[in-house]
Design a protein around this ligand. Structure first.
Ligand code: AVJ
Length: 308
């Protein structure tokens, strides 16, 4: 085995060795993970994607009005570029930059977008958005709109979310803005099934992270040893996803390893559900001023537009 093969990803090894083992949710998105996430967005129980899409569609004209002047659209976590289509149709930006950690998936999606919107300068930036971001140097500074849909900001702990919002603010020049999707708190009997669906797609999505980790650090996780566990942590207002050891077991990787007791978990994701006023506070702390909020009838999800 070449020595460099499983080098790097020290964060992974460190996280696995912590008393409460953890794997960052960004590792959920290898090729298979992206496919499974797409399936999740179509599940009857998974309300966020369809609620957000409905808001984008219903508020389309009003949004276009509020967002006019933004000619440079930057989508963070662009994925399959599905959501930005609606926005492109109403805004007709001159420039689009899709940023995502899943490279191949992104390149294809941006190519399709460029075909659909002739004249659009569409580019893909393969990057980890949790790190400082390098945008194309020739991208205009003025009139930038950062688009961060899907409530992915909910994956970060509040302090990291604030740091992310500050970094987004830092990407903007004159007449900049942010359009961000936020999943709002709602009754448990709606929240929990969205992360533990009857068909078991979310379980497969969660378990798949182990195979991805095996490829990255050469560990010997066996998906069959683990069970999906998702619940709403009321104190922190967040869904937590864990993988729970079905029996006592040992996992090894080059240079290390650890034992897990039966029932011990690896924490793989948080999905915070911020009350709107709380989130608006965070935006203000990051230097934004909220100017518009669009939401659905049940107030389950919000699209927030904020000025830099
Ligand atoms: C992509 C982060 C918004 O938290 O709802 C879906 C990821 N995890 N089902 C979410 C996810 C389990 C999703 N985000």
């Amino acid at each position: 085995m070449p020595p460099a093969l499983h080098a790097g990803h020290n964060d992974l090894r460190q996280g696995l060795l912590e008393p409460q083992a953890r794997i960052s949710p960004k590792y959920l998105y290898d090729a298979r993970g992206c496919e499974l996430f797409e399936q999740i967005t179509q599940l009857p129980e998974y309300y966020p994607t369809r609620t957000e899409a409905a808001i984008l569609a219903d508020a389309g004209p009003a949004m276009a009005q509020a967002l006019r002047g933004h000619e440079v659209l930057i989508e963070l976590g662009a994925g399959n570029c599905e959501k930005v289509r609606a926005l492109c149709r109403s805004l007709w930006p001159r420039h689009f930059v899709g940023v995502d950690i899943a490279g191949d998936f992104l390149y294809q999606a941006v190519r399709r977008l460029a075909e659909e919107f002739p004249g659009l300068d569409a580019r893909a930036v393969h990057a980890d958005i949790t790190k400082p971001l390098q945008l194309p140097p020739d991208l205009p500074q003025a009139g930038r709109l950062v688009f961060y849909p899907g409530s992915s900001i909910g994956n970060f702990d509040p302090a990291d979310a604030l740091a992310m919002l500050r970094r987004m603010h830092g990407l903007l020049g004159p007449d900049g803005g942010l359009l961000i999707g936020i999943d709002l708190p709602k009754p448990l009997h709606w929240l929990e099934p969205a992360y533990d669906d009857a068909q078991g797609v979310t379980a497969r999505f969660n378990l798949n992270v182990l195979s991805h980790v095996n490829t990255l650090i050469g560990s010997d996780f066996d998906e069959d040893d683990w069970a999906h566990h998702a619940f709403f942590n009321t104190r922190h207002s967040r869904i937590e996803m864990h993988l729970r050891a079905r029996q006592p077991l040992a996992v090894a990787w080059p240079g290390g390893g650890r034992r897990f007791a039966e029932g011990e978990t690896i924490h793989t994701e948080n999905s915070y559900k911020y009350p709107l006023p709380h989130f608006q506070d965070m935006l203000a702390q990051a230097g934004f001023s909220t100017s518009k909020v669009w939401t659905d009838e049940r107030q389950w999800f919000a699209m927030v537009y904020a000025h830099a």
